[in-house]
Design a protein around this ligand. Structure first.
Ligand code: 2IT
Length: 446
Protein backbone atom coordinates (compact mmCIF):
# COMPACT_ATOMS: atom_id res chain seq x y z
CA UNK A 1 0.00 0.00 0.00
CA UNK A 2 1.14 3.49 -0.78
CA UNK A 3 -0.70 5.90 1.53
CA UNK A 4 0.22 8.92 -0.57
CA UNK A 5 -1.25 7.57 -3.79
CA UNK A 6 -4.39 6.20 -2.11
CA UNK A 7 -4.98 9.56 -0.44
CA UNK A 8 -4.34 11.44 -3.69
CA UNK A 9 -6.91 9.23 -5.38
CA UNK A 10 -9.48 9.82 -2.62
CA UNK A 11 -8.85 13.58 -2.63
CA UNK A 12 -9.52 13.61 -6.37
CA UNK A 13 -12.73 11.56 -6.02
CA UNK A 14 -14.03 13.33 -2.91
CA UNK A 15 -12.74 16.90 -3.00
CA UNK A 16 -13.40 18.98 0.11
CA UNK A 17 -14.57 16.04 2.25
CA UNK A 18 -12.07 17.04 4.90
CA UNK A 19 -13.29 15.10 7.94
CA UNK A 20 -13.57 11.90 5.90
CA UNK A 21 -10.11 12.34 4.37
CA UNK A 22 -8.66 13.11 7.84
CA UNK A 23 -10.12 9.94 9.36
CA UNK A 24 -8.95 7.74 6.48
CA UNK A 25 -5.44 9.22 6.50
CA UNK A 26 -5.03 8.55 10.22
CA UNK A 27 -6.01 4.90 9.85
CA UNK A 28 -3.90 4.28 6.74
CA UNK A 29 -0.81 5.86 8.28
CA UNK A 30 -1.28 3.67 11.38
CA UNK A 31 -1.72 0.39 9.54
CA UNK A 32 0.73 0.84 6.65
CA UNK A 33 3.54 -1.21 8.22
CA UNK A 34 1.31 -4.10 9.29
CA UNK A 35 -0.59 -4.09 6.00
CA UNK A 36 2.56 -4.41 3.97
CA UNK A 37 3.48 -7.54 5.92
CA UNK A 38 0.32 -9.14 4.48
CA UNK A 39 0.57 -9.48 0.68
CA UNK A 40 -2.82 -11.25 0.68
CA UNK A 41 -4.48 -7.97 1.78
CA UNK A 42 -2.75 -6.06 -1.00
CA UNK A 43 -3.79 -8.68 -3.57
CA UNK A 44 -7.44 -8.53 -2.43
CA UNK A 45 -7.36 -4.71 -2.58
CA UNK A 46 -8.69 -4.62 0.99
CA UNK A 47 -7.80 -0.99 1.65
CA UNK A 48 -9.21 0.29 -1.65
CA UNK A 49 -12.50 -1.48 -0.84
CA UNK A 50 -12.59 -0.58 2.82
CA UNK A 51 -12.25 3.19 2.45
CA UNK A 52 -15.46 3.50 0.41
CA UNK A 53 -18.88 2.95 2.02
CA UNK A 54 -20.93 0.02 0.73
CA UNK A 55 -23.74 2.49 -0.07
CA UNK A 56 -25.15 5.89 0.84
CA UNK A 57 -28.84 6.74 1.06
CA UNK A 58 -29.62 10.44 0.67
CA UNK A 59 -33.14 11.73 1.06
CA UNK A 60 -35.21 14.86 1.53
CA UNK A 61 -37.05 15.28 4.82
CA UNK A 62 -39.95 17.73 4.72
CA UNK A 63 -41.95 18.64 7.81
CA UNK A 64 -44.15 21.42 9.16
CA UNK A 65 -42.94 23.63 12.04
CA UNK A 66 -45.06 25.08 14.87
CA UNK A 67 -45.82 28.20 12.80
CA UNK A 68 -47.29 26.08 10.03
CA UNK A 69 -44.28 26.73 7.80
CA UNK A 70 -42.84 23.99 5.65
CA UNK A 71 -39.23 23.06 6.39
CA UNK A 72 -36.94 20.93 4.26
CA UNK A 73 -33.82 19.14 5.52
CA UNK A 74 -31.45 16.56 4.10
CA UNK A 75 -31.29 13.05 5.54
CA UNK A 76 -28.61 10.38 5.13
CA UNK A 77 -27.75 6.82 6.07
CA UNK A 78 -24.30 5.58 5.22
CA UNK A 79 -23.93 1.80 5.31
CA UNK A 80 -20.17 1.62 5.47
CA UNK A 81 -19.08 -1.96 6.02
CA UNK A 82 -20.88 -5.21 6.85
CA UNK A 83 -17.92 -7.60 6.98
CA UNK A 84 -18.42 -8.57 10.61
CA UNK A 85 -22.16 -8.03 11.12
CA UNK A 86 -25.23 -5.94 10.34
CA UNK A 87 -24.65 -2.22 9.84
CA UNK A 88 -24.57 -0.45 13.19
CA UNK A 89 -24.04 3.14 14.22
CA UNK A 90 -25.70 6.31 15.41
CA UNK A 91 -27.77 9.07 13.87
CA UNK A 92 -26.58 12.67 14.25
CA UNK A 93 -28.88 15.70 14.07
CA UNK A 94 -26.76 18.86 13.78
CA UNK A 95 -26.87 21.82 11.46
CA UNK A 96 -23.36 21.07 10.13
CA UNK A 97 -24.11 17.45 9.12
CA UNK A 98 -22.97 16.65 5.58
CA UNK A 99 -21.75 13.54 3.71
CA UNK A 100 -18.10 14.14 4.71
CA UNK A 101 -18.97 14.20 8.42
CA UNK A 102 -21.09 11.06 8.22
CA UNK A 103 -18.54 9.22 6.07
CA UNK A 104 -15.81 9.93 8.65
CA UNK A 105 -18.11 8.71 11.40
CA UNK A 106 -19.15 5.58 9.47
CA UNK A 107 -15.52 4.75 8.68
CA UNK A 108 -14.49 5.17 12.34
CA UNK A 109 -17.51 3.17 13.45
CA UNK A 110 -16.42 0.17 11.39
CA UNK A 111 -13.16 -0.20 13.33
CA UNK A 112 -14.68 0.78 16.66
CA UNK A 113 -17.35 -1.88 16.30
CA UNK A 114 -14.68 -4.43 15.42
CA UNK A 115 -12.83 -3.54 18.64
CA UNK A 116 -15.90 -4.26 20.78
CA UNK A 117 -15.57 -7.98 19.86
CA UNK A 118 -19.31 -8.04 19.05
CA UNK A 119 -20.60 -8.86 15.54
CA UNK A 120 -21.50 -5.39 14.23
CA UNK A 121 -20.63 -3.72 10.93
CA UNK A 122 -20.21 0.05 10.59
CA UNK A 123 -22.76 2.73 9.65
CA UNK A 124 -23.76 6.29 10.44
CA UNK A 125 -26.66 8.54 9.55
CA UNK A 126 -28.17 11.87 10.28
CA UNK A 127 -29.54 15.14 9.11
CA UNK A 128 -28.69 18.84 8.94
CA UNK A 129 -31.81 19.39 11.08
CA UNK A 130 -30.86 21.73 13.95
CA UNK A 131 -32.57 20.67 17.21
CA UNK A 132 -31.55 23.92 18.97
CA UNK A 133 -34.64 25.89 19.95
CA UNK A 134 -37.10 23.34 18.54
CA UNK A 135 -40.22 22.38 20.49
CA UNK A 136 -40.93 18.80 21.48
CA UNK A 137 -43.69 18.62 18.86
CA UNK A 138 -41.31 19.84 16.15
CA UNK A 139 -38.72 17.23 17.17
CA UNK A 140 -41.42 14.55 16.94
CA UNK A 141 -42.62 15.63 13.51
CA UNK A 142 -39.08 15.79 12.20
CA UNK A 143 -38.18 12.33 13.58
CA UNK A 144 -41.32 10.87 12.03
CA UNK A 145 -40.63 12.46 8.64
CA UNK A 146 -37.02 11.22 8.80
CA UNK A 147 -38.12 7.66 9.52
CA UNK A 148 -40.76 7.77 6.78
CA UNK A 149 -37.87 7.78 4.30
CA UNK A 150 -35.39 5.59 6.18
CA UNK A 151 -37.46 2.67 7.45
CA UNK A 152 -37.29 0.50 4.37
CA UNK A 153 -33.49 0.45 4.40
CA UNK A 154 -32.98 -0.63 8.02
CA UNK A 155 -34.03 -3.60 10.16
CA UNK A 156 -32.97 -5.68 13.16
CA UNK A 157 -30.74 -7.93 11.05
CA UNK A 158 -29.65 -5.43 8.40
CA UNK A 159 -28.99 -2.00 9.92
CA UNK A 160 -29.56 -0.89 13.51
CA UNK A 161 -29.28 2.88 14.10
CA UNK A 162 -28.89 4.52 17.53
CA UNK A 163 -28.28 8.00 18.93
CA UNK A 164 -25.40 10.40 18.44
CA UNK A 165 -25.08 14.19 18.79
CA UNK A 166 -28.61 15.65 18.90
CA UNK A 167 -30.29 12.25 19.12
CA UNK A 168 -31.10 10.85 22.58
CA UNK A 169 -33.83 8.72 24.12
CA UNK A 170 -36.61 11.10 23.11
CA UNK A 171 -35.64 11.11 19.42
CA UNK A 172 -35.09 7.33 19.36
CA UNK A 173 -38.61 6.95 20.79
CA UNK A 174 -40.21 9.02 18.05
CA UNK A 175 -38.24 7.26 15.33
CA UNK A 176 -38.96 3.80 16.77
CA UNK A 177 -42.69 4.54 16.98
CA UNK A 178 -42.81 5.52 13.31
CA UNK A 179 -40.67 2.56 12.21
CA UNK A 180 -43.00 0.13 13.93
CA UNK A 181 -46.06 1.67 12.33
CA UNK A 182 -44.60 1.56 8.83
CA UNK A 183 -42.84 -1.81 9.00
CA UNK A 184 -45.65 -3.60 10.87
CA UNK A 185 -42.88 -5.18 12.85
CA UNK A 186 -43.23 -5.32 16.60
CA UNK A 187 -40.05 -6.90 17.83
CA UNK A 188 -37.72 -4.47 19.53
CA UNK A 189 -34.51 -4.99 17.60
CA UNK A 190 -34.36 -2.15 15.09
CA UNK A 191 -32.96 0.77 17.06
CA UNK A 192 -30.81 0.87 20.19
CA UNK A 193 -30.88 3.40 22.99
CA UNK A 194 -34.56 2.61 23.45
CA UNK A 195 -36.57 3.43 26.58
CA UNK A 196 -36.53 0.95 29.45
CA UNK A 197 -40.19 -0.05 29.02
CA UNK A 198 -39.89 -0.88 25.30
CA UNK A 199 -36.73 -2.91 24.83
CA UNK A 200 -33.98 -0.58 26.02
CA UNK A 201 -31.00 -1.77 28.00
CA UNK A 202 -30.09 -0.56 31.46
CA UNK A 203 -26.78 1.33 31.42
CA UNK A 204 -27.05 2.22 27.68
CA UNK A 205 -27.58 5.96 28.46
CA UNK A 206 -24.48 6.00 30.67
CA UNK A 207 -22.43 3.56 28.61
CA UNK A 208 -20.31 5.85 26.43
CA UNK A 209 -19.11 7.91 29.40
CA UNK A 210 -18.82 4.96 31.78
CA UNK A 211 -16.93 2.88 29.23
CA UNK A 212 -14.57 5.78 28.54
CA UNK A 213 -13.68 6.07 32.20
CA UNK A 214 -13.15 2.30 32.47
CA UNK A 215 -10.76 2.56 29.55
CA UNK A 216 -8.96 5.53 31.14
CA UNK A 217 -8.72 3.60 34.41
CA UNK A 218 -6.90 0.77 32.65
CA UNK A 219 -4.67 3.17 30.75
CA UNK A 220 -3.73 4.95 33.97
CA UNK A 221 -3.18 1.69 35.87
CA UNK A 222 -0.76 0.50 33.20
CA UNK A 223 1.17 3.77 33.60
CA UNK A 224 1.16 3.43 37.40
CA UNK A 225 -1.28 6.30 37.89
CA UNK A 226 -4.82 6.64 39.21
CA UNK A 227 -7.96 8.71 38.80
CA UNK A 228 -8.11 9.30 42.55
CA UNK A 229 -7.62 13.00 43.23
CA UNK A 230 -6.92 13.80 39.56
CA UNK A 231 -8.52 16.93 38.08
CA UNK A 232 -10.55 16.39 34.90
CA UNK A 233 -11.68 18.88 32.26
CA UNK A 234 -14.62 17.75 30.13
CA UNK A 235 -15.94 19.51 27.04
CA UNK A 236 -19.67 19.46 26.37
CA UNK A 237 -22.57 18.85 28.73
CA UNK A 238 -24.68 16.35 26.76
CA UNK A 239 -25.26 12.65 27.24
CA UNK A 240 -21.63 11.60 26.79
CA UNK A 241 -20.21 14.38 29.02
CA UNK A 242 -22.82 13.51 31.64
CA UNK A 243 -21.85 9.81 31.74
CA UNK A 244 -18.14 10.70 31.86
CA UNK A 245 -18.64 13.25 34.66
CA UNK A 246 -20.69 10.73 36.66
CA UNK A 247 -18.15 7.91 36.46
CA UNK A 248 -15.07 10.16 36.84
CA UNK A 249 -16.57 11.53 40.05
CA UNK A 250 -17.49 8.06 41.29
CA UNK A 251 -13.92 6.86 40.70
CA UNK A 252 -12.49 9.67 42.82
CA UNK A 253 -11.54 12.30 40.24
CA UNK A 254 -12.58 15.95 40.47
CA UNK A 255 -14.42 17.25 37.38
CA UNK A 256 -13.40 20.90 37.34
CA UNK A 257 -14.69 21.97 33.92
CA UNK A 258 -17.56 21.38 31.53
CA UNK A 259 -18.30 23.52 28.50
CA UNK A 260 -20.74 24.48 25.77
CA UNK A 261 -20.71 26.44 22.53
CA UNK A 262 -21.18 29.57 24.69
CA UNK A 263 -18.12 29.10 26.96
CA UNK A 264 -16.65 27.16 29.87
CA UNK A 265 -17.77 26.46 33.41
CA UNK A 266 -14.96 26.38 35.97
CA UNK A 267 -16.06 24.13 38.79
CA UNK A 268 -13.18 23.97 41.28
CA UNK A 269 -15.01 21.91 43.91
CA UNK A 270 -15.96 19.12 41.51
CA UNK A 271 -19.34 17.54 40.82
CA UNK A 272 -22.21 16.69 43.17
CA UNK A 273 -25.30 14.66 42.35
CA UNK A 274 -27.30 17.90 41.93
CA UNK A 275 -24.73 19.28 39.51
CA UNK A 276 -24.64 16.11 37.44
CA UNK A 277 -28.45 16.00 37.33
CA UNK A 278 -28.47 19.63 36.21
CA UNK A 279 -26.41 18.65 33.14
CA UNK A 280 -29.43 16.60 32.01
CA UNK A 281 -31.67 19.64 32.43
CA UNK A 282 -29.29 21.73 30.34
CA UNK A 283 -29.45 19.18 27.52
CA UNK A 284 -33.22 18.78 27.72
CA UNK A 285 -33.72 22.56 27.51
CA UNK A 286 -32.68 22.45 23.82
CA UNK A 287 -30.88 25.79 24.24
CA UNK A 288 -27.36 24.42 23.79
CA UNK A 289 -25.82 26.71 26.43
CA UNK A 290 -23.90 25.86 29.60
CA UNK A 291 -23.96 29.32 31.31
CA UNK A 292 -27.03 28.55 33.51
CA UNK A 293 -24.88 26.04 35.44
CA UNK A 294 -23.03 28.95 37.11
CA UNK A 295 -26.31 30.75 37.89
CA UNK A 296 -27.58 27.62 39.61
CA UNK A 297 -24.34 26.74 41.48
CA UNK A 298 -22.55 29.81 42.94
CA UNK A 299 -19.24 27.98 43.52
CA UNK A 300 -18.88 27.63 39.73
CA UNK A 301 -17.95 30.42 37.32
CA UNK A 302 -18.77 30.90 33.65
CA UNK A 303 -16.34 32.41 31.15
CA UNK A 304 -17.87 33.16 27.76
CA UNK A 305 -16.01 32.21 24.58
CA UNK A 306 -13.45 29.96 26.30
CA UNK A 307 -12.93 26.23 25.83
CA UNK A 308 -12.54 23.59 28.56
CA UNK A 309 -8.86 23.32 27.55
CA UNK A 310 -8.14 26.73 29.06
CA UNK A 311 -8.61 25.19 32.53
CA UNK A 312 -5.52 23.71 34.20
CA UNK A 313 -6.19 19.98 34.59
CA UNK A 314 -4.50 16.58 34.86
CA UNK A 315 -6.80 14.80 32.40
CA UNK A 316 -8.56 16.27 29.35
CA UNK A 317 -11.66 14.49 28.03
CA UNK A 318 -13.16 15.90 24.82
CA UNK A 319 -16.81 14.79 24.95
CA UNK A 320 -18.55 17.01 22.38
CA UNK A 321 -17.61 17.14 18.69
CA UNK A 322 -14.91 16.29 16.16
CA UNK A 323 -11.78 18.46 16.02
CA UNK A 324 -12.79 20.30 19.19
CA UNK A 325 -9.25 20.18 20.60
CA UNK A 326 -6.63 21.64 18.23
CA UNK A 327 -2.85 22.01 18.27
CA UNK A 328 -2.93 25.29 20.20
CA UNK A 329 -5.30 23.80 22.78
CA UNK A 330 -2.94 20.84 23.19
CA UNK A 331 0.01 23.20 23.72
CA UNK A 332 -1.95 25.11 26.37
CA UNK A 333 -2.91 21.89 28.16
CA UNK A 334 0.67 20.60 28.10
CA UNK A 335 1.98 23.93 29.41
CA UNK A 336 -0.51 23.59 32.27
CA UNK A 337 0.76 20.11 33.15
CA UNK A 338 -1.92 17.85 31.62
CA UNK A 339 -0.60 14.27 31.58
CA UNK A 340 -3.48 12.38 29.97
CA UNK A 341 -5.93 13.10 27.15
CA UNK A 342 -8.58 10.67 25.93
CA UNK A 343 -11.06 11.32 23.12
CA UNK A 344 -14.57 10.48 24.24
CA UNK A 345 -16.05 12.30 21.23
CA UNK A 346 -15.33 10.82 17.80
CA UNK A 347 -12.08 12.31 16.41
CA UNK A 348 -12.19 14.96 19.15
CA UNK A 349 -8.58 16.00 18.53
CA UNK A 350 -7.03 17.38 15.36
CA UNK A 351 -3.98 15.56 13.95
CA UNK A 352 -1.85 18.49 15.19
CA UNK A 353 -3.16 18.03 18.75
CA UNK A 354 -2.47 14.28 18.66
CA UNK A 355 1.07 14.95 17.44
CA UNK A 356 1.63 17.40 20.32
CA UNK A 357 0.46 14.87 22.91
CA UNK A 358 2.44 12.01 21.45
CA UNK A 359 5.62 14.07 21.09
CA UNK A 360 5.29 15.15 24.71
CA UNK A 361 4.97 11.45 25.62
CA UNK A 362 1.77 11.88 27.65
CA UNK A 363 -0.99 9.28 27.73
CA UNK A 364 -3.30 9.70 24.73
CA UNK A 365 -6.06 7.42 23.44
CA UNK A 366 -8.37 7.81 20.41
CA UNK A 367 -12.16 7.88 20.30
CA UNK A 368 -12.64 4.60 18.50
CA UNK A 369 -11.18 2.82 21.53
CA UNK A 370 -12.20 5.15 24.36
CA UNK A 371 -15.85 5.68 23.38
CA UNK A 372 -16.59 2.17 22.11
CA UNK A 373 -18.57 1.39 25.26
CA UNK A 374 -21.59 3.16 23.80
CA UNK A 375 -21.95 1.00 20.75
CA UNK A 376 -20.80 -2.06 22.71
CA UNK A 377 -23.76 -1.61 25.04
CA UNK A 378 -25.96 -1.12 21.98
CA UNK A 379 -24.70 -4.55 20.94
CA UNK A 380 -25.70 -5.86 24.37
CA UNK A 381 -29.13 -4.27 23.88
CA UNK A 382 -29.47 -6.15 20.56
CA UNK A 383 -28.55 -9.41 22.31
CA UNK A 384 -31.17 -8.86 25.02
CA UNK A 385 -33.79 -7.98 22.36
CA UNK A 386 -32.96 -11.12 20.34
CA UNK A 387 -33.23 -13.26 23.48
CA UNK A 388 -36.38 -11.44 24.68
CA UNK A 389 -34.88 -10.84 28.10
CA UNK A 390 -33.48 -7.93 30.14
CA UNK A 391 -30.27 -8.07 32.09
CA UNK A 392 -29.81 -6.21 35.37
CA UNK A 393 -27.76 -3.01 35.46
CA UNK A 394 -24.99 -4.88 37.26
CA UNK A 395 -24.87 -7.57 34.55
CA UNK A 396 -24.65 -5.01 31.72
CA UNK A 397 -22.09 -2.93 33.59
CA UNK A 398 -19.90 -5.96 34.19
CA UNK A 399 -19.99 -6.90 30.50
CA UNK A 400 -19.21 -3.30 29.54
CA UNK A 401 -16.28 -3.27 31.93
CA UNK A 402 -14.94 -6.52 30.48
CA UNK A 403 -15.27 -5.21 26.91
CA UNK A 404 -13.40 -1.99 27.72
CA UNK A 405 -10.63 -3.94 29.43
CA UNK A 406 -10.38 -6.14 26.35
CA UNK A 407 -10.19 -3.10 24.03
CA UNK A 408 -7.43 -1.67 26.20
CA UNK A 409 -5.53 -4.96 25.93
CA UNK A 410 -5.90 -5.00 22.14
CA UNK A 411 -4.49 -1.46 21.97
CA UNK A 412 -1.52 -2.41 24.13
CA UNK A 413 -0.90 -5.56 22.08
CA UNK A 414 -0.80 -3.74 18.74
CA UNK A 415 0.38 -0.31 19.88
CA UNK A 416 3.37 -0.90 22.18
CA UNK A 417 6.45 0.66 20.60
CA UNK A 418 10.02 -0.66 20.96
CA UNK A 419 10.72 1.97 23.64
CA UNK A 420 7.68 0.81 25.67
CA UNK A 421 5.45 3.83 24.87
CA UNK A 422 1.94 2.67 24.03
CA UNK A 423 0.73 4.35 20.86
CA UNK A 424 -3.00 3.81 21.44
CA UNK A 425 -3.89 5.38 18.06
CA UNK A 426 -1.81 2.80 16.25
CA UNK A 427 -2.97 0.00 18.52
CA UNK A 428 -6.67 0.73 18.06
CA UNK A 429 -6.37 1.20 14.31
CA UNK A 430 -4.35 -1.95 13.70
CA UNK A 431 -6.50 -4.14 15.98
CA UNK A 432 -9.76 -2.92 14.39
CA UNK A 433 -8.37 -3.10 10.87
CA UNK A 434 -6.99 -6.65 11.18
CA UNK A 435 -10.36 -8.02 12.19
CA UNK A 436 -12.33 -6.31 9.41
CA UNK A 437 -9.65 -7.09 6.80
CA UNK A 438 -9.57 -10.77 7.71
CA UNK A 439 -13.37 -10.99 7.50
CA UNK A 440 -13.40 -9.29 4.10
CA UNK A 441 -10.70 -11.58 2.80
CA UNK A 442 -12.55 -14.70 3.89
CA UNK A 443 -15.83 -13.57 2.31
CA UNK A 444 -14.39 -13.06 -1.17
CA UNK A 445 -14.82 -10.25 -3.66
CA UNK A 446 -18.27 -8.80 -3.02
O1 2IT B 1 -20.38 7.05 17.90
C1 2IT B 1 -20.97 6.07 18.40
O2 2IT B 1 -20.38 5.00 18.65
C2 2IT B 1 -22.39 6.20 18.69
N1 2IT B 1 -22.94 7.27 18.45
C3 2IT B 1 -23.18 5.04 19.22
C4 2IT B 1 -23.59 4.14 18.11
C5 2IT B 1 -24.50 3.00 18.51
O3 2IT B 1 -24.92 2.28 17.58
O4 2IT B 1 -24.78 2.81 19.69
Amino acid sequence: MNVKSIMADLERKHPGENEYLQAVREVLESIEGTYNEHPEFEKAKIVERMVEPDRIFTFRVTWVDDNGEIQTNLGYRIQFNSAIGPYKGGIRFHKAVNPSMLKFLGFEQTFKNALTTLPMGGAKGGSDFDPVGKSDAEIMRFCQAFMLELWNNIGPDTDVPAGDVGVGGREIGYMYGMYKKLAREYNTGVLTGKGMTWGGSLIRPEATGFGALYFVEHMLAKAGRSLKGATVAISGFGNVAWGAATKATELGARVIAISGPDGVIYNPNGMTKEKIDFMLELRASNRNIVAPFAERFPDATFTPGKKAWSVKCDIALPCAFQNELNGDDAKELLANGTWCAAEVSNMGCTPEAIAEFQQAGILFAPGKAVNAGGVATSGLEMTQNAMHISWSAAEVDEKLHYIMQNIHEQCVKYGTQPDGYVNYVKGANIAGFMKVAQAMLEQGVI
